[in-house]
Design a protein around this ligand. Structure first.
Ligand code: GLN
Length: 208
């Protein structure tokens, strides 16, 4: 069976663990570098990216996570997790770093403060006809994508709020909080596809 790690330094990792378990995946909470050893994929939850960044460095996870991503480990990030996966960040706190992997520029807190949180329905063709109910909680927006990146979802005004690149997917919103399981299923399919690969070249992008 697949074993998915959930980065559990901070944020709504329990909600992700619950969804993954309900879909039949093995779940391992990741807090130390050793926890990365026997997982087939990783979820980076919502929370506060600047705190997650700081804790990842304190716990010695930052470099192992970067390396895992570079080696083609499938990763699904929501909200703060999307920020962690972005190569470039706008409106980060001073000194804030990201793991990177997605060739995008992300703007943190793009919709304003907590009380400007909102929910909306999105059409996401990759997940079928039924709209996705999406909750935005101080979410980021993807400001620019390079051609290697596939936008999966856009708001009515055209702003990109979900992306995919190789083994990575990320959303500005929180499927783990709204009973929406299709993103997790889509991700698990990627994880299974990754497990069936016999060769890992260690070079990101060459596997797809
Ligand atoms: N504003 C948070 C950040 O900068 C993200 C919020 C969230 O994950 N809901 O990381």
């Amino acid at each position: 069976a697949v074993r998915v790690g959930v980065l559990a330094l901070q944020g709504d990792f329990r909600e992700h663990a619950r969804v993954l378990a309900s879909l039949g995946a093995g779940v391992a909470l990741v807090r130390r570098p050793e926890d990365l050893e026997r997982i087939d994929g990783l979820v980076i939850p919502g929370g506060e990216s600047s705190v997650m960044d700081k804790l990842a460095r304190e716990f010695g996870l930052f470099e192992p996570l970067r390396q895992g991503i570079a080696e083609g480990m499938p990763v699904f990030g929501t909200c703060a997790g999307l920020i962690m996966l972005a190569d470039r960040i706008l409106d980060g706190i001073v000194g804030q770093q990201t793991l990177g992997g997605l060739d995008i520029t992300v703007r943190r807190n793009a919709f304003g403060s907590q009380n400007q949180s909102f929910e909306t329905d999105l059409q996401i063709p990759a997940l079928g006809n039924e709209p996705v109910h999406a909750a935005f909680i101080r979410g980021p927006v993807v400001e620019s994508v390079c051609e290697r990146v596939t936008p999966l979802a856009t708001l009515e005004d055209g702003r990109v709020v979900a992306v995919e690149q190789g083994a990575l997917i990320a959303t500005s919103f929180h499927p783990e909080l709204t009973g929406e399981h299709r993103f997790h299923e889509y991700f698990l399919a990627k994880v299974r596809a990754g497990m069936s690969r016999t060769v890992r070249t260690g070079v990101a992008g060459t596997l797809e």
